[in-house]
Write a protein that binds this ligand. Structure first.
Ligand code: ATP
Ligand code: MG
Length: 262
């Protein structure tokens, strides 16, 4: 056992939101640690606090109870040198080209123009956007726009990338291809990814670990370790069995979230 702390540690975290109809308990006693280089997926019913938890890792939301540590230090606010986030909505600047959008984070960091152009240009190839550097978001497909948003997060070269349903708005085929592509990038860059999805298949083919969350208030219900390598054929007996277990846990919580019996 190594003595160094995990890259990310979530310790007994709770979060309550004040709303017009009274307080809502979004997260309750959530603990999770994620090691360097992991691809850890959060999955759970809508409203169980996945985005809230991601927001805490990114320093955008503060916990009411417990603490969140990155590299052993409490997160007190956004730290774009350590953590990059890809949101569900690509949120590109319409007046910037694909290349200029990918450069954005580097610009914020004060990276000189020639250097940031070189970094962004190098990224466009693996993003499958080499021929689209000068195109504006309106001239790109949904999948391409999302890849630009991912490129923007990868360009700043943080150790940690948070991804909140990055492929949620895409059609199934594009989504499958994007998953393959993301896996390639992750394996090549050895970044640590925290990924949120509602897709069981996406979780199973991509993750080193899947944390299933309960219906609100969100807690960690179970953690599935996926020891096997990549690529992972969905029809393999191992994955079929894991899918059944995952669905069992998620189904229970989704029913609870919908006000069902379980
Ligand atoms: N800023 C806020 N103010 C009040 N309530 C909030 C706020 N943000 C989130 N909530 C509530 O906290 C709960 C958790 O929200 P969160 O967005 O984290 O869920 P989620 O798991 O990401 O859901 P989804 O899968 O639909 O994206 C929800 O009930 C939501 O309504
Ligand atoms: Mg969410």
């Amino acid at each position: 056992m190594s003595a160094s702390p995990p890259l990310i540690a979530v310790e007994g975290v709770g979060k309550r939101y004040a709303t017009s109809s009274g307080p809502i308990e979004a997260l309750q006693d959530v603990s999770l640690s994620v090691g360097e280089g992991e691809f850890c997926t959060l999955i759970g019913p809508s409203g169980c606090g996945k985005s809230t938890l991601l927001g805490m890792l990114g320093g955008l939301t503060a916990p009411d109870r417990g603490r969140v540590l990155v590299e052993g230090r409490p997160v007190t606010g956004p730290d774009p040198r350590r953590v990059a986030t890809v949101f569900q909505d690509p949120g590109l600047f319409p007046w910037r080209t694909a290349l200029e959008n990918v450069e954005f984070g580097l610009e914020l960091q004060g990276v000189p123009a020639a250097r940031r152009r070189a970094v962004a240009t190098d990224l466009l190839g693996p993003l499958g956007l080499a021929g689209f550097a000068g195109k504006y978001p309106r001239e790109l497909s949904g999948g391409m726009r999302q890849r630009v948003a991912i490129g923007r997060a990868l360009a700043i070269d943080t150790k940690i990338v948070l991804m909140d349903e990055p492929f949620g708005a895409l059609d199934e085929q594009t989504r499958l291809l994007m998953g393959e592509w993301l896996l390639e990038i992750w394996r090549r860059t050895k970044k640590t990814v925290i990924f949120v999805t509602h897709s069981l298949q996406e979780a199973l083919v991509l993750s080193t670990r899947i944390a299933v969350m309960t219906a609100r208030p969100g807690r960690i219900k179970s953690v599935l370790e996926l020891g096997m390598g990549y690529p992972r054929p969905m029809e393999s007996p191992e994955l079929v069995a894991l899918r059944a277990k995952l669905w069992h846990d998620i189904r229970e919580e989704s029913l609870r979230a919908m006000g069902g019996d379980q």
